[in-house]
Design a protein around this ligand. Structure first.
Ligand SMILES: Cc1ncc(COP(=O)(O)O)c(C=O)c1O
Length: 397
């Protein structure tokens, strides 16, 4: 319909720096986990302000698998989380026999609400011998898993307070939030275990990949062992030590990252602040251009947060919710590819068939009907940004 290029939902910010790094690793002939991975972890720890532990893994989902295993959360335990997210953390739980329990999100930020989580805990659990037991089932609540939706940090201090009060782990799903800051501190440095994703559309990408970080002394080796079958020595350590023997000390995962991905990630990490700044600039233009359209609401950001702007979630006014798909079709007809975040976990067929109780989540259900994510990526040019905002304005004109 026109000669302009399609504006994809997302596009990686990659040039010769990344291709050179990958080729260097390929030529070295050591392409599985090795020095590049170790360096990537060291550099990420430094980027996060000198935190104590980082283990690179093959996806954000794998980071969640590893931390659930390492924290001893398993069959018959319960974890409170959000349904307004990608399904993968809930699938990780189900694979381990963990029961996900859902609490609603805040209407302004889409993030899991500390207030709602506290309500669920107070109504369902009681403390017995230092553990929170479900009054009906007797199962133990082991963790709360908030997601930093779109890269806006959730209420980390509020969740830490719940963690202390109820003796549960707080596991941060920061798939969207590498490069975000909460009260001036990088996401990843809170002292909770934090899971990053480096999937192809993420702000820092390794194609597929992720990292588990934790500002805690003494956990790194164990997390790394969990990420590689529970094997006591890595391939590189066995190669360097001269003898091929190893021992499997617990049933870990095959979750390690390889050096090809890590080489890519190291270059991306050096560019991360630039990537975040470019995304922020684009989000600011979107804000300026769209804030006066009465039918939509631009993203609300708390003043203490510096988000990574992984997504730009635009909300339609309640009375316009029925027009969301028309807007998507309108943009797609102009070669602009928006998305929707998220189809809530309990709306999926697997969940309906799982036998789990359907949660009552009015805010989640309402936000889902009204949300549309506009294309946003660091290499977006001024003309492309204008095409997106002009098209949104034209739809409502
Ligand atoms: C909120 C959230 N959590 C976890 C994941 C899983 O990350 P990965 O695709 O790297 O496994 C994603 C992926 O998009 C996500 O959006």
């Amino acid at each position: 319909m026109n000669n302009e290029r399609e504006i994809p939902f997302s596009e990686p910010f990659i040039n010769e720096d990344e291709t050179d790094a990958v080729v260097r690793v390929l030529k070295s002939k050591w392409i599985t986990t090795g020095d590049e991975v170790r360096q990537f972890e060291v550099e990420m720890k430094a980027y996060l302000g000198g935190i104590k532990a980082a283990v690179a893994v093959c996806s954000g989902t794998a980071a969640i698998d590893v931390i659930l295993g390492a924290c001893g959360i398993g069959a018959g335990d319960e974890v409170i989380t959000t349904a307004y997210s990608f399904v993968s953390p809930v699938l990780s739980m189900l694979h381990r026999g963990i029961i996900p329990v859902f609490a609603d999100v805040e209407d302004k930020t889409f993030n899991l609400s500390v207030h709602e989580v506290e309500g669920v805990i107070e109504s369902r659990y009681q403390m017995k011998n230092g553990l929170m037991r479900n009054r009906l089932t007797g199962r133990t609540l082991k963790a709360i898993l908030p997601v930093h939706f779109a890269g806006q940090p959730a209420d980390i201090d509020g969740f830490k307070r719940l963690g202390r009060t109820y003796h549960v782990h707080i596991i941060e799903d920061a798939a969207h939030a590498v490069g975000s800051r909460y009260k001036g501190q990088p996401v990843g440095a809170s002292g909770n275990p934090v899971c990053f994703s480096f999937y192809s559309n993420k702000n820092l990408t390794t194609g597929e990949g992720g990292m588990l970080v934790w500002d805690r002394r003494g956990v790194e080796k164990q997390l790394r062992t969990w990420s590689l079958h529970g094997i006591s020595k890595s391939n590189l350590e066995r190669y360097q030590s001269g003898l091929p023997y190893y021992d499997v000390i617990f049933p870990g995962y095959k979750a390690n990252m390889g050096d090809i991905s890590a080489a890519l990630g190291r270059v991306q990490l050096r560019k991360l602040d630039d990537i975040t700044a470019r995304r922020e600039e684009t989000a600011q233009v979107f804000n300026r251009e769209l804030e006066n359209i009465p039918q939509v609401q631009i993203p609300f950001i708390h003043s203490h947060n510096q988000p990574s702007r992984h997504l730009y979630p635009l909300l339609l006014a309640t009375e316009q919710a029925h027009r969301r798909d028309d807007l998507i079709r309108f943009l797609r007809a102009r070669d602009i590819f928006p998305s929707v975040h998220f189809i809530p976990v309990h709306h999926h067929t697997f969940f309906k068939r799982s036998g789990l109780e359907r949660p009552y989540l009015p805010v989640t259900d309402d936000l889902f009907r009204r949300e549309i994510s506009l294309p946003l990526f660091p290499g977006m040019g001024g003309e492309e940004i204008a095409r997106v905002t002009d098209a949104v304005k034209a739809f409502w004109a």
